[in-house]
Ligand binder design. Structure first.
Ligand code: GLN
Length: 541
């Protein structure tokens, strides 16, 4: 990627949302970022979440979907996963700020006496801290564009300090600051009409808070006519060509093209005083989409986990599998299996049609026995299988119980008194009492053994992948496992921790302590997923 970094002053784009939540602000931010990046600009995206938690690491998936992990070990909002998948550049802890972090930093400063006897208030102290964090990426890393997604919906009590900060920044930065507001235009079937009133109200609400949006993106399930767009422009004080529609598309990866067709990137360049230039080709991106469209055959992957009913709980895994299928010229046919429902008795019947099985990460006892049953089925029937984090730990436990005859072998997470602690708490975790941000988090090196499946996947021996766990393979048992056919083929060079196990005798049976799904993008799919899906396809033949 050629970085021009030609922009004298960083341009700041805010993405706010109105009418309802779940409109996909993250996808709009990522798509706009992609379009600007394709023009050679250096772009980053950050998310501000208005909740009090310091990070989403302590939230369960019912609250907040998947917890994403950055290379520098920050537990982050899942939108950062979209940013990385679209832009193909890593995010860091600076890309995700919460109200909790803002307040913590202000309170720390207050305790140090930094405010010199002043009363510490939301305006200006909290808003100043928000503004400092917005600008940090621009000033420190010299990005041309910093896109900031404001979580929540305009009108929420808790997002008010963020909206006020945007108002102040718009005033301070002038042309270098643009506000994109995302709303929803419902279609009332009985009246056969689109309704723009919610959008008008939402913009009014922003205006009451002192912000005139520069660009409106209207989410819609059906094509909006130019008349509707013009009407919104008129009522909302927005230029006609700055009212963009974002219609539902079969894949989120088409959204950048939908926006490009309406020249949203050009509108942004014009508003920020930059030269527009020729429309970029987006070659890799289009090739990926063409592959997706052209694939006719499918690959059936079964995902076994305890949160399968939640749309966003395994977001990065879903996306990594989709990318891997597309790069293997297949359509992904993903089947979700609730681990609590799988037993030794029904595993074969339940999973018999799967070309490959993925055992999901997780915490705690619930659903774990079903993971063992699924793994036993995969191992005994030589079905390609990928275990991720807890999934890898389950591979080890199931092997210990069934092959090594270690009855009641377990992880000390599930059973602290197990006679065989084949998975045990890491040494450095033993004295940890604070739950937030205290796991083994972020990128760690791993050395892969030549000749292993995992080496063949990455085609190199030194890799780095991201982690999020407290427990580890207990190396005391390493020799026993290896003698019986489960090999430790990836280790951390500093600590010696086992990061990868596999059964070489089987077609493809690999467990990884790390999370390859955090590191898979549209133009750079994770090799382990590509290899797993390929094995699943070969299994089908
Ligand atoms: N609960 C396990 C551990 O803490 C696995 C974590 C995970 O799957 N992310 O080690």
């Amino acid at each position: 990627m050629l970085f021009r970094s030609i922009v004298a002053d960083t341009k700041y784009i805010f993405v706010t949302g109105g009418v309802v939540s779940s409109l996909g602000k993250g996808i709009i931010a990522a798509s706009l970022g992609k379009l600007l990046q394709a023009r050679g600009y250096k772009v980053t995206i950050q998310k501000f979440d208005p909740y009090i938690n310091i990070d989403p690491g302590t939230l369960n998936p019912y609250e907040h979907g998947e917890c994403y992990v950055t290379v520098d070990g920050h537990e982050a909002d899942l939108d950062l996963g979209h940013y990385e998948r679209f832009l193909n550049i890593p995010t860091t802890r600076a890309n995700n700020i919460t109200t909790g972090r803002i307040y913590q930093s202000v309170i720390d400063k207050e305790r140090k006496g930094d405010y010199l006897g002043k009363t510490v208030q939301v305006v200006p102290h909290i808003t100043d801290e928000i503004k400092r964090n917005v600008k940090l990426l621009g000033t420190k890393y010299k990005y041309d564009f910093v896109i900031t997604e404001i979580g929540g919906t305009v009108g929420d009590i808790e997002s008010l300090p963020y909206i006020e900060s945007v108002r102040q920044l718009k005033w301070e930065l002038g042309r270098n600051c643009v506000c994109v507001h995302l709303t929803y235009v419902p279609y009332i079937a009985a009246a056969k009409e689109f309704k723009t009133k919610p959008t008008q109200h939402s913009v009014k609400q922003l205006q009451e808070l002192g912000i005139q949006p520069d660009v409106l993106v209207l989410r819609t399930e059906r094509e909006l006519s130019q008349t509707i767009l013009n009407k919104v422009a008129l009522f909302c004080n927005v230029e006609k060509d700055a009212v963009i529609q974002s219609i539902d598309v079969p894949t989120i990866y088409e959204v950048p093209l939908v926006l490009q067709r309406q020249k949203m990137d050009e509108v942004i360049l014009r508003k920020t005083g930059l030269e527009v230039g020729p429309t970029p080709e987006m070659k890799n991106w289009n090739e990926f989409l063409a592959k997706k469209t052209n694939a006719t055959e499918t690959v059936k992957i079964g995902l076994v986990g305890k949160y399968v009913e939640l749309q966003d709980a395994y977001k990065s895994i879903d996306e990594s599998l989709l990318q891997a299928a597309i790069y293997n010229d297949r359509k992904l046919d993903l089947h979700l299996f609730h681990s609590e429902k799988i037993t030794d008795e029904n595993a074969a019947e339940t999973l018999k049609d799967m070309d490959g099985i993925l055992i999901a990460p997780g915490f705690g006892q619930r659903g774990i026995e079903g993971k063992f049953s699924a793994l036993k089925y995969a191992r005994e029937n030589d079905v390609p299988c990928l275990g991720i984090c807890l999934g890898m730990q389950c591979m080890v436990i199931e092997f210990a119980r069934d092959v090594l005859g270690m009855k009641d072998a377990n992880s000390t997470e599930m059973d602290p008194h197990t006679p065989y602690k084949v998975i045990d708490l890491m040494e450095e975790q033993k004295n940890v009492t604070n739950m937030g941000g205290s796991m083994r988090l972020g990128g760690y090196d791993c050395v892969l053994e030549k000749g292993s499946k995992v080496f063949d996947a990455y085609f190199k021996s030194h890799i780095q992948e991201r982690h999020r766990h407290r427990f580890e393979f207990n190396s005391e048992y390493r020799d026993k496992f290896e003698a019986a056919g489960m090999k430790c083929v990836g280790t951390n060079p500093e600590s010696g921790l086992v990061e990868v196990v596999e059964i070489p005798e089987l077609k493809w049976f690999v467990g990884v302590q790390y999370h390859p799904e955090y590191n898979s993008t549209v133009v750079n799919p994770n090799p382990l997923f590509v290899s797993f899906v390929k094995a699943a396809i070969d299994n089908k033949k």
